[in-house]
Design a binder for this molecule. Structure first.
Ligand SMILES: Nc1ncnc2c1ncn2[C@@H]1O[C@H](COP(=O)(O)OP(=O)(O)OP(=O)(O)O)[C@@H](O)[C@H]1O
Ligand SMILES: [Mg+2]
Length: 223
């Protein structure tokens, strides 16, 4: 059965799509089969995939996710993901910058949620909305997702990451050990339709995404 991981945060621009693509790339690199799902109406992952169409992609796939308007109604998505679950090791769902019915539905279906958050006081404050959504879903019995915060877009050489980690612990949700730094190569790789593993294999971002993969692989053993 696939491990289903939602990459979610109602705040825009925190690195959800970058994390989705490169975590998928990291797992693919390790020989895992990954289905990367775009549940964002903006279609960032679809655009990224569109620009890499002619490159060989064997295991790393992409399809648009069924988007439902019915809050907490996961019927069709469940069917789709059940089918994917049989054929893949991992399903990674890139969410849009919202906490709406699509995100609720994704949460009903996911085993894990990674919540990327940038080390800025504004973003740290606003992540509470996504955490509250998850807590609401848990209280209603609609979701059983295990959530982790992930420091994303950390500026190298600053103490903002450490300060953010301290601030984030007050939310009562574990913070992943891995931190994803702000790196121009990550931005460029997205434009080229490549993962960082393909675009800049020697970039330090590769090590960070390998570390993220290691944390995620441990989850697979717990399910
Ligand atoms: N670690 C990083 N280093 C450098 N650039 C990054 C990094 N993470 C994200 N970016 C850049 O920041 C912008 C926003 O990132 P991304 O699209 O991944 O965020 P998002 O949370 O998915 O946004 P949205 O909420 O709009 O879907 C993009 O231009 C992306 O290339
Ligand atoms: Mg995005």
């Amino acid at each position: 059965m696939a491990l289903i991981i939602a990459i979610i945060n109602g705040k825009g621009g925190v690195g959800k799509s970058t994390v989705s693509i490169n975590l998928a790339g990291a797992l693919d690199k390790k020989g895992k089969s990954v289905f990367l799902v775009d549940s964002d109406p903006q279609g960032t992952v679809s655009d990224w995939y569109g620009s890499r169409k002619k490159q060989p992609v064997e295991k790393l796939l992409h399809k648009n996710l069924f988007i439902t308007d019915a809050p907490w109604n996961a019927e069709k998505l469940t069917a789709k993901l059940k089918q994917l679950s049989r054929n893949y090791d991992y399903v990674i769902i890139d969410c849009g910058p919202a906490n709406d019915s699509i995100e609720k539905t994704v949460l009903t279906l996911s085993n894990y949620a990674i919540i990327p958050v940038t080390p800025s006081p504004y973003d740290i404050r606003s992540v509470k909305k996504t955490i509250d959504l998850i807590k609401e879903g848990e209280k209603l019995g609609a979701i059983k997702v295990k959530s982790y915060l992930l420091i994303s877009r950390k500026i190298v050489g600053t103490v903002l990451g450490r300060e953010a980690r301290e601030a984030l612990t007050s939310f009562g949700i574990p913070v992943m050990k891995t931190e994803i730094s702000q790196r121009i190569a990550l931005c460029e790789s997205g434009i080229e339709g490549k993962t960082i593993f393909e675009y800049a294999p020697d970039n330090p971002a590769v090590e960070e995404f390998k570390n993220l993969r290691k944390e995620v692989e441990k989850w697979q053993k717990q399910v």
